[in-house]
Design a protein around this ligand. Structure first.
Ligand SMILES: *Cc1c(COP(=O)(O)O)cnc(C)c1O
Length: 386
């Protein structure tokens, strides 16, 4: 099976992890801060907080922004469930903004229309999670302007997008958002096995997230309610979690980070090769906005169903039968059974539904060969023209 994505582990990665394994610290040592500093410097932001997943990072990001009961979090319906679940963890309510039919990202015009209505109804969101689907950045400038006008805070879910750029700068620099989150799951662009990171330019948000990722415990006398009893002393000043990344994982991440630009460049080369090889096949290749440089986490084609005699599902099954690990990113979150009792109905997000009926993620990862890519093309050609 040619998988839709997979990690690349090199001898240098193994050596870096082994070094840490034989060192004094397996967790809470010097490597995690080194990894945080390296990512922050790479993307051009002040503070970076490593965590055990992007899901954890999204959770503490929402808490740090003050999201709570009776607040609203809005995000895209076409995302992994974690982009929305983080709102529910905080007791907030979740709603969605339909996607742009060209980029498949949350549509700023749909957002503006929904905000106008929400303002009249007194239910404006507190937090918007902008998801850079497939690594292609959202129209962050437009979203930021709306944030200024309507007073919501912005989290970029850049789980797909580390190494990508927007307006010529690395995603994660925080120019148009409060917090950016990266994922280091093995299918993503660089990996720490499990892992994630929250980045911000705001020192207060950074210290709040730092507190929350480690039990709400502080050793900083400045943050304590009274002078320390002694050198052993710490205080719990918030209800936090254990969301820490280990030293082993940070070592893997640091080593992988050296190859970030090369990985993204390789993904671009393969994606551009896909673009040209489909020829006359009845599929729509991914449109790329000129102001962005995608992380190219996923290569999604949409079937032109009106030109096909086979169904979306049949194409999928034919690909799988031929050993192609095609996938679908994503099932619209509001259609998930857990979200259904919140009142979402078919027809609420028509562009997202159309996308779901047509989309297929084809295999794309840096160690993929051109021969494997040719196999994918030939399997797809057969699948759409049986
Ligand atoms: C993978 C992913 C997440 C969750 O990442 P984890 O590190 O696995 O918790 C969140 N949002 C999006 C868009 C993702 O693709």
């Amino acid at each position: 099976m040619i998988p839709y994505g997979r990690q690349d582990i090199q001898p240098g990665d193994v050596a870096a992890v082994l070094d840490v394994l034989q060192s004094d610290f397996l967790t809470q040592g010097p490597v995690v801060p080194r990894f945080e500093r390296a990512v922050a410097d790479k993307v051009g932001t002040r503070h970076a907080l490593a965590m055990n997943s992007a899901t954890s990072a999204l959770h503490v990001a929402c808490l740090a922004l003050g999201l709570g009961k009776d607040d609203w979090l809005w995000t895209s319906p076409i995302t992994f469930v974690a982009s929305a679940n983080c709102g529910l963890y905080c007791g907030a309510k979740v709603d969605f903004v339909d996607i742009d039919p060209r980029t498949y990202n949350l549509c700023p015009r749909a957002l503006e229309a929904k905000l106008e209505q929400a303002e009249r109804e007194g239910r404006l969101p507190k937090v918007l999670v902008a998801v850079h689907l497939c690594g292609q950045p959202c129209d962050m400038q437009a979203i930021h302007e709306l944030g200024q006008r309507y007073g919501f805070r912005i989290i970029e879910d850049a789980s797909h997008a580390i190494g990508g750029q927007y307006q010529g700068e690395y995603i994660g620099n925080g120019r148009y958002s409060d917090i950016t989150v990266f994922s280091f799951h093995p299918v993503k662009i660089i990996t720490t096995a499990e892992g994630g990171m929250a980045l911000t330019n705001d020192a207060q948000l950074a210290s709040q997230m730092d507190l929350l990722r480690s039990h709400g415990i502080t050793r900083d006398p400045e943050v304590m309610t009274r002078a320390p009893d002694g050198p052993w002393y710490y205080q719990q000043v918030a209800l936090g979690f254990n969301y820490r990344l280990t030293e082993l994982q940070a070592a893997l991440g640091l080593s992988q980070l050296e190859r970030l630009d090369a990985y993204v460049a390789r993904r671009h080369a393969l994606a551009e090769r896909y673009d040209t090889l489909f020829g006359e096949l009845p599929v729509t290749t991914p449109w790329q906005a000129p102001e962005g440089y995608s992380g190219r986490h996923l290569y999604v084609v949409r079937l032109q169903l009106d030109r096909l005699t086979v169904s979306h599902r049949q194409v999928f099954e034919a690909l799988r039968e031929q050993g192609i690990g095609a996938n679908l990113h994503y099932i619209p979150v509001p259609s998930q059974p857990y979200y259904q009792p919140m009142g979402f109905q078919a027809g609420d997000f028509p562009e997202a539904e159309r996308y779901y009926a047509e989309a297929i993620s084809l295999p794309l990862y840096p160690t993929m060969t051109e021969a494997q890519q040719d196999e994918v093309i030939s399997a797809l050609t057969q699948a759409v023209r049986p």
